[in-house]
Ligand binder design. Structure first.
Ligand code: HEM
Length: 157
């Protein structure tokens, strides 16, 4: 097995873990937590679950980027990221940048405290907003992953 194939396997497994988790949080955890009685209980339960996933995804997201960059380098694919036909490669990089910013900058510095305050002040509205944002991220990631498979196998050129 050559290094590009190994990088491809690491890339796909990282994306699988990452968006599998986003799908589980969005479609299972958030709706279940939103039905809990006490706002403080909702907040504590959601945080306990999401904190564990955030710890894991802080490994799988960088790994997806590293393995993707390895492939791009070895396949001489960087110029394709800025060509119109390579929009799916650019979409991957943008989705990755967005999640890196959320996980390593926005969540620790801004979103954590904001969510704790909002969830106590307006539990229903906050859970609805957080749920909407998760759906958007899940949809964007799913479309990008689908486009990645089609693009890598020549269907989008
Ligand atoms: C900085 C971030 C990323 C870089 C540099 C990158 C780069 C690449 C490259 C170079 C390929 C191989 C293309 C080819 O064979 O022609 C690839 C494949 C792929 N990438 Fe990414 N990627 C990144 C992020 C993502 C993200 C965020 C997703 C999912 C949302 C994703 C999903 C995929 C998929 C599904 C494939 C196709 C695998 C296959 O079927 O062979 N990538 N990526």
């Amino acid at each position: 097995m050559d290094d590009v194939t190994l990088a491809r396997a690491v890339h796909v497994l990282s994306v699988l873990h990452w968006f599998g988790g986003v799908a589980f949080v969005t479609t299972v955890v958030l709706p279940a937590v939103a039905r809990l009685g006490e706002p403080a209980e909702r907040l504590a339960t959601f945080e306990a679950i999401e904190r564990r996933f955030a710890g894991q995804v802080r490994v799988s997201v960088p790994l997806a980027g590293l393995s993707g960059a390895w492939m791009a380098e070895r396949l001489d694919a960087w110029p394709r990221f800025i060509e119109p036909a390579g929009w799916w490669l650019a979409a991957m990089a943008l989705v990755w940048l967005l999640f890196m910013a959320i996980l390593f900058v926005l969540e620790p510095l801004v979103l954590h405290d904001w969510f704790a305050r909002q969830a106590l002040a307006d539990p229903d509205g906050t859970f609805a907003l957080v749920s909407r944002l998760h759906w958007i991220l899940l949809a964007v990631g799913t479309v990008t992953a689908g486009a990645g498979v089609l693009g890598a196998h020549g269907v989008l050129n």
